[in-house]
Design a protein around this ligand. Structure first.
Ligand SMILES: *[C@@H]1O[C@H](CO)[C@@H](O)[C@H](O)[C@H]1NC(C)=O
Ligand SMILES: *[C@@H]1O[C@H](CO)[C@@H](O)[C@H](O)[C@H]1NC(C)=O
Ligand SMILES: *[C@@H]1O[C@H](CO)[C@@H](O)[C@H](O)[C@H]1NC(C)=O
Ligand SMILES: *[C@@H]1O[C@H](CO)[C@@H](O)[C@H](O)[C@H]1NC(C)=O
Ligand SMILES: *[C@@H]1O[C@H](CO)[C@@H](O)[C@H](O)[C@H]1NC(C)=O
Ligand SMILES: [Zn+2]
Length: 503
């Protein structure tokens, strides 16, 4: 399959050495269609038990983001761009998910993450609580706690891990292990005093104190401030780690102490260098590389001590794969969403490309006979791609239609966000450097922070039972299909049951 892709890419590189005249002859288009057909016909159903499961979540990675990132990926290699694929787009099975939440048409990461990981739609802004919980109301919320893939995997003796480029207590990872009426209650100081009735624990405390969070074998990302006490006058830097906690607790120390109690090896790392040195034989690993979310790949300082998402994911797999019972790992490209919220398309696309490279790196060190890989977006985002420009036009450049206001526009725009001029006529952007890393594309609706879109989101799958992920489904179907493929719960139908309905 890949030799064919390399061949096609080679053909395109030859044909497209002059990007302005991107065009193929009829025979080339015909043979590409034939080759894609042969590739699809070679797909065989894999009905092995999924010993290992890796769920990659592209936060806010809607279809437009995938299309634009694919084009940018090709253009960065000198190709026209449209003809390529992000690595996971070549997975054999693809479907669409309906991403609305229990109470909202347009969803967000906490309800979406909970749906993906626990198999139930829940209310927006809540994490790990059923649809009966009232958002932002602590009192009584704990009785609505629900479990999910992390608990089910742990109950089967599997190792578990989570890796993200955002804070490890942020909505998507929190959806794996926390139970909280408000996704924003990541540290004690995030909970308003009116809701601090002694019943609601902040997300970081839950992670360290309660199962399944405290049984995670690997956890990496940003956000150390949520784990550390506030030290007055501390200068925050790579080594001086002051936090935002008022309860005086150092949850990193507590995490390490808990692992010591359980015996076995454990490490805490806070830089790329120390991460790369971790011996995969270690039993558990906590990595916190930044005070808040990690820095986006584009424009990151040369001096940055943060690892790449790919490096975190590969280390996580190496550690988790030692378990003969298998593992469950969640890998989040968390800054795709953050970049879109800021209206910075170049950043979002570079994050998406890095996310795809992470999927490729994990696929390279796992075996699709026993490892189910799923790539999914939790919700879509405000990015729009339009303009009738010629093939090979820079995806970060200008559209070519004449607009009624006679002013130029970029091929990528945002539906909402800071790039909007409100009721004032649109700014003339003809002198803008639209390919600059921090260029903010124009937007239609004026909001300080671009809004998610409510359209369906894509899902791509490879490995055991990946054919369950085709068609249009509810978002929370994903946890049900993973449970089926990996035989996690003993009280529902799974692929391991002898009276399997598919038999
Ligand atoms: C089913 O799984 C639950 C939770 O892991 C466990 O407590 C129970 O013993 C299991 N039951 C059987 C029959 O294996
Ligand atoms: C700890 O890890 C080292 C390798 O880094 C290994 O040799 C040793 O056996 C491990 N010890 C335990 C208790 O797991
Ligand atoms: C996957 O399983 C098939 C059939 O058992 C086997 O022929 C193939 O070598 C396996 N592939 C890998 C990468 O282990
Ligand atoms: C936009 O600016 C460019 C260059 O500054 C100018 O040539 C063009 O006429 C302007 N268009 C409008 C509609 O103002
Ligand atoms: C525009 O930005 C790109 C990307 O940063 C840079 O390479 C280029 O030199 C800039 N062009 C101008 C005219 O500043
Ligand atoms: Zn968002």
């Amino acid at each position: 399959m890949w030799s064919h892709c390399a061949f096609i890419a080679g053909v395109f590189l030859l044909l497209l050495s002059d990007r302005r005249v991107a065009s193929e002859d009829p025979e080339t288009w015909w043979s590409i269609g034939q080759e894609e057909l042969r590739e699809t016909l070679r797909t065989v159903r894999n009905v092995n038990k999924a010993k290992n499961v890796v769920v990659f979540v592209g936060d806010g990675m809607g279809v437009t983001t995938v299309t634009a990132a694919r084009i940018l990926q090709g253009q960065l290699k000198g190709a026209s761009g449209e003809e390529g694929y992000l690595y996971f787009e070549k997975f054999p099975h693809t479907g669409l998910l309906k991403a609305y939440s229990n109470n909202m048409q347009v969803s967000e990461s906490s309800a979406s993450g909970t749906a993906l990981f626990s198999g139930q739609k829940v209310n927006s802004d809540t994490v790990g609580l059923s649809s009966k919980a009232t958002p932002k109301q602590c009192r009584g919320s704990q009785e609505f706690s629900i479990d999910g893939l992390l608990q089910w995997a742990q109950a089967n003796g599997k190792s578990t891990g989570a890796v993200t480029t955002t804070r490890v207590t942020h909505s998507t990872p929190a959806g794996l292990y926390a139970h909280c009426a408000n996704e924003d209650w990541e540290a004690d100081t995030d909970i308003p005093s009116s809701e601090q009735d002694g019943h609601c624990k902040d997300v970081a405390t839950q992670l360290v104190e309660t199962s399944p969070g405290n049984r995670l074998d690997v956890l990496m990302g940003g956000g150390w401030t949520k784990f550390l006490p506030n030290v007055p006058n501390a200068v925050d830097g790579p080594t001086m780690k002051s936090g935002c906690r008022a309860d005086g607790r150092n949850l990193i120390e507590e995490w390490l102490a808990e692992k010591r109690r359980r015996g076995g090896n454990h490490s805490f790392v806070d830089s790329r260098e120390s991460l790369l040195q971790v011996d995969p034989k270690t039993d558990s690993l906590l990595g916190l590389f930044s005070a808040g979310a990690m820095n986006p790949k584009l424009g990151r300082a040369e001096s940055s001590t943060e690892p790449e998402l790919k490096e975190m994911a590969v280390k996580a797999v190496e550690i988790l794969a030692k378990n003969p019972n298998g593992y469950f790992l969640m890998v989040e490209g968390g800054l795709i969403d953050d970049s879109h919220h800021r209206g910075l398309a170049a950043r979002a696309l570079h994050e998406t490309i890095a996310f795809a490279e992470t999927v490729q790196a994990v696929d390279a060190i796992t075996n699709s006979n026993d490892t189910l890989l799923i790539v999914v977006a939790d919700h879509s985002h405000a990015l729009i791609f339009t303009g009738y420009q010629k093939r090979g036009t820079s995806i970060l450049g200008f559209g070519s239609r004449k607009l009624t206001d006679q002013k130029p526009f970029t091929s990528l725009l945002y539906l909402s966000g800071k790039g909007s001029s409100g009721d004032v006529p649109r700014r003339n952007i003809s002198a803008d450097n639209t390919t600059a890393p921090d260029y903010q594309q124009q937007a239609f609706l004026p909001t300080p922070w671009a809004m998610h879109l409510g359209e369906d989101v894509p899902i791509f799958a490879k490995g055991p039972w990946s054919h369950l992920f085709v068609g249009v489904h509810e978002q929370h179907y994903v946890a049900h299909a993973i449970n089926y493929a990996a035989c996690l719960r003993n009280d529902t139908l799974t692929s391991c049951d002898s009276n399997d309905i598919t038999a």
